[in-house]
Design a protein around this ligand. Structure first.
Ligand code: FRU
Length: 458
């Protein structure tokens, strides 16, 4: 009798990012971002700012509340060494009337000092977030039902609960969580989000479709970055997330994945859960929609853009998370399908959509794509620059002030992408942190635009 619980998976469509596809990754004019220089002004000089997402309506459009749009970012105090920021990540919100000037509204989940240090009340309260720190997520402003008066929507702030509240030594357990409720108030001076939020753990890995931490043989374990998505074709309510596929017996599965057994420790996937009732807090895990088993360990912050009836699945990944024998970059990768569950094919054949110039390979990371009329706009954060050949590992050995000097820690210029079926190309860039709405015009493109080292105009 065959009792491999995974054999049933073969019946289902799980698209794959194969080694042979990824072997074609090369920088090209179409995929190259312009060199990024420090902005004249940081959004908030007191903060390191990295992964960022927009407050969106159920249909995925950007929410506008009394003329304000809102972003959420992982943040840490700017005097902290940038490499330590993940350990204290705090989600703050910023609002803007024009998509250019952002004002920090503070942490979304306010906690008193007492609550923060209350190890004994670990995870018991429902008004404090789960995890010892909160990592990336997404934000839904739901105007459907549930609102006290018909005007106001309800906030669902999805996040990754990393570690366990109150722990003295940091752990890397990851669970998908939400804080829902809260209020948004606006006046001429700004916008304020306030609690209390009701915090719930939504999903944990099942060990079969999604690897648990103790099953992991890979370098960096993942079960994170929940992304709310409603399918415009079917109305289905979904949550995408970053995960890993368990590979209990690499020898046995090597043929299935067309990779050597040792490559299978790199087992990134894009997971999906559905909410049959449409309730944004009730989720059921399904098989992943994409796997990079044998190819890459981290398929980060997966999200979808539907353009011309096609499903564009985007994710971020690193140079160092590709399996041996493959060379990739810190870059935005993408896949396209005719329906939500695929089959997905890599954009531009290899999956590479947007990467940093060779001379500044780590200048930006953690990309977020969203539609703007016929184009796709891509936001990211300004990461390490002026490294002059140093790797990310080398950076950690630099003197503290040099680590600080070379870390951007603010939003990067927004990049414009043209999309044509299975192909994309960089068209140009906007200012640092400029996030326009579809009704706002973009500057006229310079016909002389050339991506890459020094040639970019933006
Ligand atoms: C990407 C990422 C996310 C995670 C966050 C933690 O930049 O690795 O997957 O939520 O950083 O800081």
């Amino acid at each position: 009798m065959h009792d491999d619980p995974r054999s049933a998976r073969e019946e289902r469509t799980i698209s794959r990012w194969t080694r042979s596809q990824a072997a074609a990754i090369r920088r090209s004019e179409e995929t190259l971002a312009p060199v990024v220089y420090p902005p004249a002004e940081d959004i908030d000089p007191d903060l390191h700012i990295w992964d960022t997402w927009l407050l969106r309506n159920r249909d995925g459009t950007i929410a506008e509340i009394d003329g304000y749009r809102v972003i959420f970012s992982l943040t840490a105090p700017a005097d902290l060494l940038p490499g330590k920021r993940h350990d204290v990540a705090t989600i703050r919100y910023f609002y803007s009337r024009d998509g250019r000037e952002w004002t920090c509204g503070g942490p979304v989940f306010e906690e008193s000092a007492e609550q923060r240090s209350a190890g004994s009340r670990t995870e018991s309260g429902d008004s404090v977030p789960f995890g010892s720190r909160q990592w990336a997520g997404s934000a839904l402003y739901d105007r459907r039902g549930g609102a006290a008066d018909d005007e106001d929507g309800r906030l669902y702030l999805y996040y990754t609960a990393s570690g366990t509240r109150g722990e003295s030594d940091l752990t890397y357990t990851q669970r998908l969580a939400v804080g829902s409720g809260g209020t948004v108030e606006t006046d001429d001076d700004g916008l304020e989000i306030s609690g209390p939020f009701n915090h719930e753990i939504l999903l944990e890995p099942d060990g079969t479709e999604y690897e648990r931490e103790e099953q992991s043989r890979g370098m960096i374990y993942t079960f994170r970055d929940p992304w709310f998505f409603e399918d415009p074709q079917t109305g289905e309510t979904c949550l995408l997330f970053e995960a890993n596929t368990p590979v209990p017996d690499p020898e046995l599965e090597s043929e299935r994945y067309d990779a050597d057994p040792e490559h299978l420790d790199f087992n990134g996937s894009v997971g999906i859960a559905v909410s049959p009732s449409g309730d944004p807090t009730e989720w059921e895990l399904e098989s992943p929609i994409l796997e990079g088993v044998g190819t890459n360990q981290e398929l980060e912050r997966p999200h979808l853009v539907v353009q011309n009836g096609r499903y564009y699945l985007f994710l971020s990944s690193h140079e160092h998370t590709f399996a041996e024998g493959l060379e990739g970059y810190d870059a935005l990768y993408g896949f396209v399908a005719d329906s939500l569950r695929g089959e997905y094919v890599p954009l531009n054949e290899s999956g590479l959509v947007l990467t940093n110039p060779e001379s500044a390979p780590f200048q930006t990371y953690s990309w977020l794509a969203y539609p703007h009329r016929e184009e796709i706009l891509v936001s990211s954060f300004f990461n390490y620059y002026d490294l002059r050949g140093l790797s990310l590992d080398d950076v950690a050995h630099l003197p503290d002030d040099e680590q600080q000097r070379r870390f951007g820690g603010t939003l990067a210029p927004t990049v414009r992408l043209g999309v044509d079926g299975t192909e994309t190309r960089v068209l140009g860039a906007l200012d640092h942190g400029h996030l326009p709405l579809p009704r706002e015009d973009l500057p006229t493109l310079l016909s002389s635009y050339r991506g890459g080292d020094g040639g970019g105009e933006y």
